[in-house]
Design a protein around this ligand. Sequence first.
Ligand code: UFG
Length: 329
Amino acid sequence: MKILVVGGAGYIGSVTVEQLLAAGHQVVVYDNLLKGHRESVPEAATFVEGDMGDAAALDKLFGQHTFDAVMHFAALSLVGESVTQPDKYFKNNVSNGLVLLDAMGRAGIKKFVFSSTAAVYGEPTEWPIHEDFPHNPTNPYGESKLAFEKVLKWYENAYGLRYATLRYFNAAGATGCCGEDHDPETHLIPLILQVAQGKRDAISMFGDDYPTPDGTCVRDYIHVVDLADAHVRALSILGERSGTFNLGNGTGFSVKQVVEAARKVTGHPIPAKVAPRRAGDPAVLVASSARIREQLGWEPKYPDVETIIADAWRWHQAHPQGYHASAHV
Ligand code: UFG
């Protein structure tokens, strides 16, 4: 198939591009490089710099290529920033997403894979989380993703769009080529690894008084390679139907457990200190991935948190300044 990957120069997009190419698909990456890295796009993919909200640029692109499907990774995803700047999140994640969908409509493209998030569930009180649990986002980021999920449902109804919505839990890990390089970095595992690299003195653990076994928040960390694999599989259902799937391992690890695992992997003592809770953090987010296992035959290959951290560590050691001054090999 020929696939357009919007946001394909970002963390999860770039790993998916690697896998699409390995599976024999043709890939065009479309990315505005505000968050993405040109160096993360493999030579075998065609790269086009552009913005998801630019209808004329998308029409031109769709005039030059005949795509079988579009994957959309081009969302803004910082929860804290979404609370202080909701306008930015609704504009990019909803309005600009509509520009993409409508350009697809004009070009007659009916297959779409969408990156959604566990943030659509808000603060669930039961685990593991199934797809049909209540959707109560507690921040504009989650709300913007949920709004776009609803758009997809109505576009299917009216225009025959087929979509696969993938609700990610906590993406982590790396491949040999592609890893996590955010600015600013806010995620737990890369921040812990910055301590091991000597870039920061200690990791702050946000809250140790949550109702969890050790008091720190519990998350479901999923290897980015397993995430990407789900996107490639999702393409197979789009001929017939749409679907919404959680993407997690189904096992939770606390912040303290992740720090301990990183100490083992890196051999660094990784000093940790308790800091106040971060606003909006749910105590526990653990996925039921039963639906995607049953319906797409998806099975995580790297469920072990130490493997996930080890792969991230290898990438950060090979790219101590992130993508700066490195080229894709
Ligand atoms: N944490 C710390 N210290 C840090 C950074 C994070 O203790 O320096 C904690 C957080 O409080 C949280 C856990 O580590 O309990 C994981 O935090 P991340 O920021 O790595 O990830 P989140 O669980 O906050 O976010 C992820 C996705 C979001 C998504 C969210 C759903 O990255 O896109 O899950 O709630 F919205």
